[in-house]
Design a protein around this ligand. Structure first.
Ligand code: C2E
Ligand code: MG
Ligand code: MG
Ligand code: MG
Length: 280
């Protein structure tokens, strides 16, 4: 992955403490400007059905190319955005751009799979999240069935009623709700029973250390089945991981074994090719 981000990108994070804090403020300002100027871009990573090898969805992932430092790792600028409240405007830009791309592709008669967008806890708490999404769906002639939201376990961990009400509102629009990086947080399992979600996304740390986590993965899949919740595995890189997941009947997968996140032009070509290959 490091290759993808270019050679110089880490230096800004590795300088001395004083410089680091100055750099941080600079970086925060640069990120704010990049969001305001809508310079952040979107990459799309397809999701697959493991048996049929069909595309079942795609995830929109934020990318930021800093004018001096090149691509900044998402882990770093997302953390920065979360600490500085820039995350709300960042994710609104992601929603705007992603839905507008989907609209463009549909106008070109491309079949676009359900597309997920990551929503952080601070953003999820915003009063006007649902109207904002509705407005952008409407502007782009889309319906909720065409998108999905990936939330973190922390959003459901406290079992707050108003959170569940918001989840229900989103689902009523046809939007699917997935719990991202599942297993790494601390959500009480009881909230899974009561909360309005569609899918658990098993974290890549489990998948990539399959043998040590086999029992946990099996338990998550079995529990989900009983609760009528779907499962997807992220970070699938090897054939062994894929086969182990299939053996546990986890058939939705995402990972480098199928595709890396693709930049916009490449993803459009991918959609074109996929449409030619698939008989709907
Ligand atoms: P995530 O939502 O769990 O996204 C999956 C991450 O795993 C992505 O990293 C993806 O490129 C990477 N990945 C996918 N398949 C594989 C694989 O087979 N092996 C490995 N090693 N990695 C794989 P990325 O794009 O660097 O994003 C990292 C994280 O940044 C995301 O994790 C997500 O938490 C966050 N992120 C990105 N865009 C947004 C956004 O718009 N909002 C929020 N809140 N977070 C975002
Ligand atoms: Mg995600
Ligand atoms: Mg994830
Ligand atoms: Mg993850």
């Amino acid at each position: 992955v490091a290759k993808e981000y270019g050679a110089n990108n880490y230096q800004v994070f590795h300088e001395g403490m004083m410089e680091l804090s100055v750099d941080r403020i600079k970086l925060e300002n640069d990120l704010r400007k990049a969001i305001e100027n809508e310079e952040l871009t979107v990459h799309f990573q397809p999701k697959y059905h493991a048996m049929s090898n069909k595309v079942i969805g795609a995830e929109a992932l934020a990318r930021w190319k800093h004018p001096l430092h090149g691509y900044v790792p998402p882990i770093d600028f997302i953390a920065l955005a979360e600490e500085t409240n820039l995350i709300v405007s960042l994710e609104r830009l992601m929603i705007k751009k992603t839905l507008s791309y989907i609209n463009d592709w549909k106008k070109k008669k491309l079949e676009v799979p359900r597309t997920s967008i990551n929503i952080s806890i601070v953003h999820f708490y915003q009063e006007d999240l649902v109207p904002f999404i509705e407005e952008n769906l409407r502007k782009n002639n889309l319906i909720g069935d065409e998108i999905e939201i990936e939330i973190t376990e922390s959003i459901i961990a406290k079992g707050e009623l108003h959170i569940n009400e918001k989840l229900q509102k989103l689902r009523k629009l046809g939007i699917e709700i997935s719990v991202d990086d599942f297993g790494t947080g601390y959500s009480s399992l009881s909230y899974l029973v009561n909360f309005s979600i569609d899918r658990l996304k098993i974290d890549k740390s489990f998948v990539q250390n399959f043998d040590n986590n086999k029992e946990v993965i099996a338990a998550i899949i079995a529990m989900s089945k009983n609760l009528n919740i779907k499962t997807i595995a992220e970070g699938v890189e090897t054939k062994e991981q894929l086969e182990s997941l299939i053996a546990l009947d986890c058939l939705e997968v995402q990972g480098y074994i199928y595709s890396r996140p693709l930049e916009i032009q490449t993803y459009e070509e991918f959609l074109l090719k996929n449409n030619e290959l698939t008989v709907y």
